[in-house]
Ligand binder design. Structure first.
Ligand code: GLV
Ligand code: MN
Ligand code: MN
Length: 401
């Protein structure tokens, strides 16, 4: 049986978890769409005669060659999405990995190292608030204890969600043995800015900006919208709104980024002053000093405004990823081999998490509009196929030495 082509794999995954109303994807960790994606991955592995493996952190692996041999070359990405995400962020890397492996087989390449394809679980952190949970657990960057405390919007704990989906959370945690068997990890990903020109379908990642997520809790007092005099109110919505504006202004001045993209209001009634507003800040900058100073300034602005509004402000850092400089020799080797430009990115990736433990690199496929984390995310098919060829070249180079 011949393996399905890139286009066939793409068409198969396209409807999974896609909202009919928005056209965006809702593939969240351990939900039914995630299960369908996982079933698809397993089937791709088995139909190619690859050894399929589910690791203790819920990441899926497909092995060509002996997984225990060591020095493995690993490629892959993730299949989950942000709320109403695009089709490419994550799946492009996984589909391209299978297509690149098929390309190597078609070329008759004799690999001297094991080759693996991985689907990391919960990269986007849409459900439990922390991004890259599968790779963070594996690398020991997220402890088992901390992971056990994570809850989704309905209060369901991460291990309970895993169990409900039929997975055993009993052994989650750092997986040093696995990492020790990997010689290099290369993740292909759709580019999420507009750094690549029309004649440059593929780029190589240089660095990832430091970034993190902070939760602001604005505690006010619930009261009647029609009877409470303006001067008597302790309205957390005001403090929240002012904090959003301050964040935007201060980020602009610092040449950094600050986004409130998620908010929850209690009790969430039109005719009631809110008792609590929760706003999640995603902030990123080219260097850590700028980022930390920016978040401190936003916190100060929130506290000052909170004092005027009679609102108590509480800040919790939910996750933080320091700056990632990808492995220099590996980056240069890929850039030279592909004659491709080296680009920075503000987006987080599993490759960025693993970079602290193993030599890691990334390939970016051109995104003509730069739009990402949106149903409008797009890459041209010709560029995707150029990405597959580039990934095959890189894997051949690394796995035949
Ligand atoms: C992942 O896509 C992130 O950078 O938020
Ligand atoms: Mn993403
Ligand atoms: Mn991604």
């Amino acid at each position: 049986m011949t393996a399905p082509s890139f286009e066939e794999m793409w068409a198969e995954l396209l409807p999974v978890g896609r909202s009919a109303s928005s056209g965006g994807y809702r593939r969240f960790a351990w939900n039914s769409a995630d299960a369908e994606c996982r079933a698809w991955f397993e089937q791709q592995a088995r139909s190619r005669g690859l050894a399929y493996e589910l690791d203790r952190n819920g990441n899926q692996w497909a092995w060509l060659g002996d997984p225990q041999a060591g020095g493995a070359v690993v490629t892959g990405s993730h299949l989950d999405s942000v709320p109403d995400g695009g089709a490419f962020d994550g799946p492009l890397g996984v589909v391209s990995s299978f297509a690149a492996l098929d390309e190597l087989r078609a070329r008759g390449t004799e690999l001297t190292r094991p080759l693996a394809i991985v689907n990391f679980g919960d990269e986007e952190g849409a459900r439990f608030g922390v991004a890259c949970i599968g790779s963070r657990l594996t690398a020991g960057v997220l402890s088992r204890e901390a992971a056990y405390e994570l809850r989704d919007a309905d209060g369901l704990r991460l291990p309970d969600a895993m169990e409900k989906a039929g997975y055993d959370p009993g052994a989650i945690g750092a997986d040093d043995d696995r990492l020790a068997r990997i010689g290099a990890f290369v993740e292909l990903h759709v580019e999420q800015g507009r750094y690549l020109a029309e004649d440059q379908p593929v780029g190589v990642a240089g660095a990832i900006w430091p970034h993190g997520r902070w939760r602001f809790d604005f505690h006010g007092e619930a009261n009647h919208a029609g009877t409470t005099r303006i001067d008597d109110r302790r309205d957390p919505m005001l403090t929240y709104a002012n904090t959003v504006l301050a964040a935007r202004k201060k980020a602009g001045l610092a040449g950094a980024l600050a986004t409130f993209g998620k908010v929850a209001v209690e009790p969430n009634g039109t005719n009631a002053i809110a008792s609590l507003v929760r706003g999640w800040l995603d902030s990123r900058a080219a260097d850590e000093r700028t980022l930390i100073a920016l978040v401190a300034e936003i916190e100060r602005a929130a506290a000052e405004r909170g004092e005027r509004d009679g609102v108590r402000v509480e800040l919790t850092r939910e996750s933080y990823t320091p700056v990632v400089e990808f492995d220099g020799p590996l980056r240069d080797r890929l850039a030279k081999r592909l004659d491709a430009p080296v680009l920075p990115t503000g987006a987080g990736h599993d490759a960025g998490i693993l970079a602290s433990a193993i030599p890691t690199a990334m390939l970016f496929v051109r995104n003509p509009s730069g739009v990402s984390h949106s149903p409008a995310e797009h890459a041209e098919e010709a560029d995707c196929l150029a990405g597959v060829a580039a990934l095959a070249d890189v894997l051949e180079d690394l796995a035949c030495q």
